[in-house]
Design a protein around this ligand. Structure first.
Ligand SMILES: Nc1nc2c(ncn2[C@@H]2O[C@H](COP(=O)(O)OP(=O)(O)O)[C@@H](O)[C@H]2O)c(=O)[nH]1
Ligand SMILES: [Mg+2]
Ligand SMILES: [Zn+2]
Length: 365
């Protein structure tokens, strides 16, 4: 059992898992009340894997928290910082969830009106897509909207570069829809691009790997860890039709200190109130739309339509305009605005900060 004697002894371990001076300043005092800070590192049904200043423990959310929660956003998620009360016997009780710096939310698969917090307090999302399958720019745009909305920085990794002759064309087409988001071609087999990936790793920085099943997320974690930390799909399943080898979300700490969140592939990524992420992802089109002569321009036959002009001039591709229209409805006109809370203000504050930091994702900066 762990003792509730403050974080002093375990400061180093907490910091290694991302506990920051800012968190210490804001919540350190609470620790005197018999509560301990901990990070949620995994989730298995009702129980959470937690990292405390003195090692890993199991925790549960008390009935009171479950009862009061109006949605999953009021419940612990992987990546959260929480305050726990150690119990004499059995799992620790999660007393409070500290405000999230970033929050990756999606509409729960198969549900209209329920959300799922995929990950919290993520610094960078590696959006991974395989070069050997048909590259779906539309899917990448969707992931970009959700990532930018989360407040985390996006980095796009095009995997399995060893299986294509020349990834340059694909990288170029992705860059065109990614608007300033870094795009790298990498291979877990040849090692191409992995030095660039390593530049993003930093002690205490949390990076989530996202993308369909089979793109090589778990293999990348293993490569970066330098050992077989995770099980990956059999080679014969590499056509993607195989089962999901990764069955739960978990944050792993690499020997050099970076924190990587591996997760099963998401078959569906529906938006949950993703207005800001949408605006950032389609900033090019958002600007053009404001130049239409009529404020309520339908972008069809109206005179002075800046969108039609941009399409004719080839400044915007028909496919991108299509995406804009399709995703706009989902991201903007079906918002679930129950979330007017402080958590939202906090997220927005961090989105702004990250925007300013976006140019400095490298080591030592
Ligand atoms: N050729 C090639 N195969 C890879 C690469 N990365 C992963 N794979 C294979 O792709 C399959 C799926 O990898 P896995 O890491 O389990 O994907 P995940 O579902 O995204 O975690 C496995 O058979 C890997 O060996 C790569 O860079 N090149
Ligand atoms: Mg996996
Ligand atoms: Zn128009």
């Amino acid at each position: 059992m762990i003792a509730a004697d403050g974080p002093a002894a375990g400061d180093d371990l907490l910091r290694a898992w991302g506990w920051s001076p800012r968190l210490e300043q804001e919540y350190g005092a609470r620790v005197g009340e018999g509560l301990l800070p901990a990070r949620v590192t995994s989730q298995h049904r009702g129980a959470y894997g937690l990292m405390t200043g003195s090692g890993g423990v199991t925790g549960v959310a008390p009935g009171r928290m479950l009862y009061r929660a109006s949605g999953q956003r009021q419940l612990p998620a992987v990546g959260d910082w929480v305050l726990i009360r150690p119990e004499i016997e059995g799992p620790a009780t999660i007393v409070e969830i500290l405000p999230r710096r970033t929050e990756f939310v999606r509409r729960r698969a198969g549900s209209e009106d329920r959300e799922q917090v995929v990950a919290a307090n993520i610094d960078i999302v590696f959006l991974m897509s395989s070069l050997n399958q048909e590259l779906s720019l539309r899917r990448i745009e969707r992931y970009l909207v959700a990532t930018r909305d989360s407040g985390a920085q996006a980095v796009i990794l095009l995997t399995k570069a060893d299986l294509v002759d020349d990834p340059a064309e694909a990288v170029k087409s992705v860059r065109e829809v990614a608007l300033g988001v870094p795009v790298h071609a990498i291979s877990n087999v040849s090692g191409e691009g992995l030095d660039v990936v390593r530049d993003y790793l930093q002690p205490g920085r949390t990076i989530a790997l996202m993308g369909s099943s089979g793109v090589g997320k778990s293999t990348l974690v293993n490569r970066l860890a330098g050992k077989e930390l995770l099980r990956t799909q059999q080679v014969r399943d590499a056509d993607d039709k195989g089962r999901h080898t990764t069955t739960h979300r978990e944050i792993y700490r690499l020997p050099d200190g970076a924190l990587l969140l591996d997760s099963p592939g998401m078959r569906e990524l529906g938006f949950w109130d993703a207005e800001e992420g949408f605006q950032e992802t389609f900033d090019d089109i958002e600007r053009i739309v404001t130049r239409c002569r009529f404020r309520d321009c339908g972008h069809t036959n109206e005179p002075g339509c800046a969108v039609r002009e941009a399409l004719e001039d080839g400044i915007v591709t028909a496919a991108r305009w299509d995406s804009y229209q399709r995703l706009e409805r989902e991201a903007r006109y079906e918002p679930r605005r129950q979330d007017t809370s402080a958590a939202r203000a906090e997220r927005q504050r961090w989105r702004q900060i990250h925007k300013e930091l976006r140019k400095l994702p490298k080591k030592g900066s």
